[in-house]
Design a protein around this ligand. Sequence first.
Ligand code: URA
Length: 234
Amino acid sequence: MERLDKTLANAGVGTRSAVKALLKAGRVQVNGLVEKDGSRHIDPAKDTLALDGEPIGKPARQVWMLNKPAGCVTATEDPGPTVMGYLPPALRTSLRPVGRLDKDTEGLLLFTDDGDLLHRLISPKKQVPKVYFARHEGDATEDDVAAFAAGLVLKDGTVCLSAKLEPLGHGESLVTVCEGKYHQVRRMLASRGHFVTYLERRSEGPLSLGDLPRGQARALTESEIQALDGQNPV
Ligand code: URA
């Protein structure tokens, strides 16, 4: 709990005297109700503050998307190149990758500074579908499609959730999985005799790469963040 006037000043609303004037003028709301008493104690984690009806005090969450190139690891620190090097320098210490892509896998990788969102997105319980494009040895067959749908058991006994395999012909397939086990898509296809030579994540939940160039990152729009929230209710 902390004083309302102090919270407002810390949130950058203005100096202590400016905050005092705003309070006196009845321009500050706490949980939707006008509050003129700056000495009131509020809980910054629970109480919502507004100035002239506009929410204040809670920095916007950061959610970014990278079109990951091959050759960098999904880690915050590593002796070699990491995915963090593709983010704006100012965000490299606050953002965390959501799940991971292998060094040689390309495509959509999300980052956020919101720990709750991160955990909801990587939880197998939430079943967020991820779509991969794979190039592999041999052509996938209808038997492979059925085996993916039934839930594959990998060579080491790992049991996979039901997944969707869509053969595209010419040694290419789309694979949709709702979990993120180690080297999962590569191992699933290998277990059916299709060694993967190229892998790209094209979408995650409601988000897809669109025309984001390889090696580029961008902030998600507010409506994209809401779409992520919507598909992963707390
Ligand atoms: N499955 C894999 O095998 N590798 C990835 O990077 C992602 C999913």
